[in-house]
Structure formats: C-alpha cells, structure tokens
Design a protein around this ligand. Structure first.
Ligand SMILES: [Zn+2]
Length: 272
C-alpha cells in the first residue's frame, strides 16, 4: 500500500487541480477554494482511519474531535460563559479524540469497511451535512465539499490498488483487489451498518438539487473544455479578458443559479 506521505502528496495535488477547475468554472465562491482543497486532502487520507497507532488515524480523530467540539459548542454559545464553553469544548474533544478512537479501534480491522467506496459516499454525505447544519454553509458549497472528500477517497483507494502491483517484478501482491471495492465482502454486518449510516446522513444532508443542476449543466462542461488548453502559446498574457465563467463566483449569486439557462437561450433573450 502507498504510505501516508504519498497519499498526502497525491491527494493534495489532485484536490488542488480539482479546486482549480471549480474556480475556472466559477461554480464555487473563491473564498471556499482552500476549504474544498482541505476537504479533498482529508478525503485522501480518510480510508486509512482504521489503521491503529498510525499517524493518519490519530490525526483524523483529533480533527474529528475539533469539528464535533465546535458542533456541540454552537448549541450552547448563548447560554454558557466562556469558562463553561471551554469545558464543553475540551470534553467533546477528549471524548471523540480518545474515547471514540479507542472504541473504534476495538471494532474495526484495516482494509475493512472503511476502505470501500460505500464509506466514501458516507463521508461525502456526512461532510455535506456538517457544512450545512453546523457551519450554516450554502448547500451547493456543502455538497462540493462532500464531492471533494469523495474524490480524495477514490484517489486513495486507486493509489493503494496501484501500489499492490509490483512494477519491477511484474508480480501482483496479495493485497491486490483489497483496496478498491464497493462494499466489504468479508463482512455483511459491516456493510449493512455502513449502508444504514449512509442513509441516515443522506436524509439529514441538505438538498442536492441545486448542486446537481450545476454539475450537470452542459454549458459548464463546454466552458471547461474550451478553457482547458491555451488557444495559442502557453503562458502568453492576453490583453483581452478571458471569457466569463458560466456561473457567477460571488457567494450571494449562488441562490440564483438553478435552473441554469444554456448560453444560446440567454443570447437570444437579449436580442429580442
Ligand atoms: Zn489505504
């Protein structure tokens, strides 16, 4: 399997390239690009959460502790004093970072259910739910964060599978086929539990209607295709500004996005 540093490096590059594309298409406000990249990087180390005593698992549980500490804190922000809020924050952080960590590692084995595409879908929906409910983020941004976590997850699983092929000896290691899988075939119970967890967060997640109308809009893809490569020479500075993205980048423009009208229609509309 690929090691932590490889996952981190490949995940960071993949997330950065993905964020660059969303920036060019203007589908997400610019101030969210760093958040999306971070979501992609976290997703790219998340499948190894079940690797006990390893850095990724320790770091991920610390991170989850911080996120859940804030989620709980937000519920009491008006009622409690700062000292009480500190106590709540530390309590939740220690509970998740150490308590849940210990219980989790008693019950999971490496390359089990958490090393599956189903778990990636669960974390994607969980991310969208946390962004929406705890951080009051726009549902489109929340689902893009979920998409980046899912993308990072897939990058991790594919990378592990690639590393199970020994290129120099042209042999296939025993771990081949255990990294990229839809569900956990060795344990139906774990698969059922993860399916149930996915359904719960999917129900709690914000509406994905506007998100899907943006990612499935044909004008976004034709725009990206057009902007993908330079028209003439590489890195040549243009005097005229490049074509405006099909979707406004301002956060306050997002609610007006869907349903999107194809560019031909809007051009016709202006001429009439
Ligand atoms: Zn792995």
């Amino acid at each position: 399997m690929a090691n932590f540093n490889t996952h981190l490096a490949v995940g960071a590059v993949a997330a950065g390239l993905g964020a660059t594309m969303t920036m060019a298409a203007g589908v997400v406000p610019q101030n969210q690009l760093l958040t999306l990249t971070m979501a992609g990087i976290i997703g790219s180390v998340l499948p190894d959460i079940d690797l006990e005593k390893a850095t990724p698992s320790r770091m991920l549980f610390s991170g989850l502790g911080v996120v859940f500490a804030f989620i709980v804190l937000f519920q009491f922000k008006k009622e409690y004093s700062i000292a009480e809020l500190w106590a709540v924050w530390i309590g939740v952080y220690v509970f998740v970072g150490y308590g849940v960590f210990a219980i989790f590692h008693c019950r999971t084995k490496h390359r089990g259910i958490f090393h599956s595409i189903l778990a990636g879908a669960f974390f994607a929906a969980l991310t969208a739910t946390i962004f929406d409910q705890a951080f009051n983020e726009d549902p489109v941004v929340a689902w893009f964060a979920g998409l980046f976590v899912f993308g990072g997850y897939i990058v991790h699983l594919v990378l592990d599978e690639i590393y199970s092929v020994d290129f120099e000896g042209h042999t296939i290691k025993r771990s081949f086929g255990s990294a990229l899988k839809l569900i956990e075939h060795r344990s139906m119970r774990a698969t059922m539990a993860m399916t149930a967890a996915f359904l719960i967060v999917a129900i709690a997640a914000p509406s994905s209607e506007r998100f899907f109308s943006i990612v499935s809009a044909p004008n976004v893809y034709s725009f990206l295709q057009k902007r993908m490569l330079p028209e003439d020479r590489w890195f040549e500075m243009k005097t005229e500004p490049v074509e405006k993205p099909p979707v406004e980048t301002e956060a306050n423009m997002l609610p007006q996005l869907a349903p999107m009208t194809p560019p031909e229609n809007s051009a016709n509309g202006q001429m009439q």
